[in-house]
Write a protein that binds this ligand. Structure first.
Ligand code: BES
Ligand code: MN
Ligand code: MN
Length: 463
């Protein structure tokens, strides 16, 4: 391991420069204007996998953006780690809230990142974290110290719900045969508190359309007598939570896993300061479901949030109009054992039921994904824990995350393989927001820690 670190130290500037180049390509999967850039990013990853020493590197076409594959099979009798990551990013807007260009990475110090952080869209989610794996792999190859087989599965559609990866792994299950899937696309508790993400929430995402009259009307001539779809939609949305913060959709909680009191008290021992949490967000008070702590509300409890709402006149000045239509995008985060499809159907039924006769409603489902809990007792967890002990000098804390990576449930369903989520970002790194960043400490610590995971996973597999 000593030699491996020497190699990493000697190459640290290049490791950073390459990541900065990767961050300069605007691989926004949601916006077709960026199509050429997304494809260029796949090519970049392919080239870097080849340079790092991977074999069988290819850009696998799909109906959407391609999946970059590469592997190194040193001995079929050894275990195989399959690394999953994504090279696409979220749209950067609102652009005016960035302090520097989203695709012009700059390094700046922050309170939580005194050694500096890279500010750019995708720096943390997930280009920076995915690239740590390619550099860790390169280091192991360069030092002839790769202790097991590796496969890379890097996709370009995670931020739009991975529509092509599911069918691709179903059709190519043999290609991805492995013993564990290793993912760095989540966070850790703090730079001195390493943690393994032990669960992810699922997702049901819908768009609703409320239609009142067949055209926009003069709000003076008709106002008061004809339903205003924005007023109606607002009231419908408000009714989706009761005063205790419970979701009012019939059957919504039916399948929710009941977490034992012991587990809940264990969970609440994780380092967390409500005061810091509030002050980082500039809020006076938190809000959520009665009877649960902030840590529980963002991990073991399901939620419903409006992500966007629009309709009517939003231009300059005032226009007196009673709009014909109003819209909203609504996401529900799901916990074990809720099913995305079932929740979407319950939402649809409920939304149609509560609509007054004065409007028509249409509910269109978007992508979804199932929740997952990853084991904290298997060898993958032990290997990760030992890896963190080696580089942070501390045992890892298992913590369920509130975010979603829908493909993780598919890995288990289709490949029958469990995932280990070794995230190196911080919740405060502003992923999906303006000024997303990723600590240099986190980037290099990831590159350092990953080879230990390989080593311990290979060791523990032999036993
Ligand atoms: N990497 C995130 C998920 C994440 C972030 C999980 C931090 C845990 C901690 C991923 O790229 C993501 O943004 N997922 C989306 C869902 C997807 C279907 C668009 C999400 O969670 O909103
Ligand atoms: Mn991600
Ligand atoms: Mn994301």
């Amino acid at each position: 391991m000593e030699e491996l670190f020497d190699f990493q130290k000697a190459n640290s500037q290049r490791f950073l420069d390459e990541l900065l180049d990767l961050l300069r390509i605007p691989s926004v999967s949601a916006d077709s204007n960026f199509k050429d850039d997304v494809l260029k990013t796949a090519k970049f990853i392919k080239d870097k996998l080849i340079d790092a020493g991977a074999d069988n590197v290819e850009i696998c076409p799909t109906d959407g953006y391609p999946i970059v594959y590469g592997d190194k099979i040193i001995d079929p009798n050894l275990p195989t780690v399959c690394v999953y990551g994504h090279y696409d990013v979220q749209p950067p807007d609102p652009l005016d809230l960035w302090d520097s260009g989203p695709f012009d990475p700059v390094i700046k110090k922050t309170d939580l990142h005194p050694q500096g952080a890279i500010f750019a869209r995708g720096s943390c989610d997930d280009k920076g974290q995915m690239y740590m794996h390619i550099k860790a792999f390169e280091s192991m190859i360069a030092n002839n110290s790769l202790p097991c087989n590796v496969k890379f599965m890097i996709e370009g559609e995670e931020e739009v719900g991975s529509p092509s990866l599911g069918p691709f792994i179903r059709a190519n299950a043999d290609k991805f045969a492995c013993d564990v899937i290793l993912v760095s696309d989540t966070g850790m508790i703090a730079n001195d508190v390493p943690s393994v993400t032990s669960g992810l929430r699922g997702l049901s995402y819908v768009e609703v359309e409320v239609t009142g009259p067949n055209r926009d009307l003069h709000s003076g001539i008709y106002g008061g007598a004809v339903a205003n779809p924005i007023n109606v939609l607002s009231k419908m949305i408000a009714s989706l939570h009761d005063d205790n913060g419970h979701i009012t959709i019939d059957g919504f909680y039916d399948d929710v896993e009941v977490v034992s009191d012991e587990e809940r008290s264990e969970m609440n021992k994780a380092p967390f300061s409500l005061e810091d949490y509030k002050s980082h967000l500039d809020i006076e008070a938190v809000q959520g479901e009665l009877g649960y702590t902030t840590l529980e509300r963002t991990s073991i409890r399901p939620t419903l949030d409006v992500n966007g709402i629009w309709g009517g006149y939003i231009g300059e000045g005032a226009k007196t109009v009673l709009p014909s239509k109003a819209y909203a995008k609504i996401s529900m985060r799901l916990v074990p054992n809720q099913g995305a499809q079932k929740i979407t159907e319950l939402f649809q039924k409920h939304f149609e039921k509560i609509a007054p006769a004065s409007v028509k409603v249409k509910v269109t489902p978007h992508h979804g994904g199932e929740p997952v809990v990853t084991p904290t007792n298997g060898i993958a967890y032990q290997a990760a824990d030992k890896a963190y002990q080696a580089t942070f000098g501390k045992k890892a804390i298992p913590q369920r995350s509130g975010g979603s990576i829908p493909i993780v449930a598919m890995f288990e369903e289709v490949l029958g393989v469990k995932t280990i989520l070794m995230g190196f970002g911080l919740d405060s790194d502003a992923i999906h927001s303006p000024n997303e960043h990723f600590g240099l400490f986190n980037y290099y610590k990831g590159i350092e820690t990953i080879p230990y995971f390989y080593k311990y996973f290979a060791d523990l597999s032999q036993k």
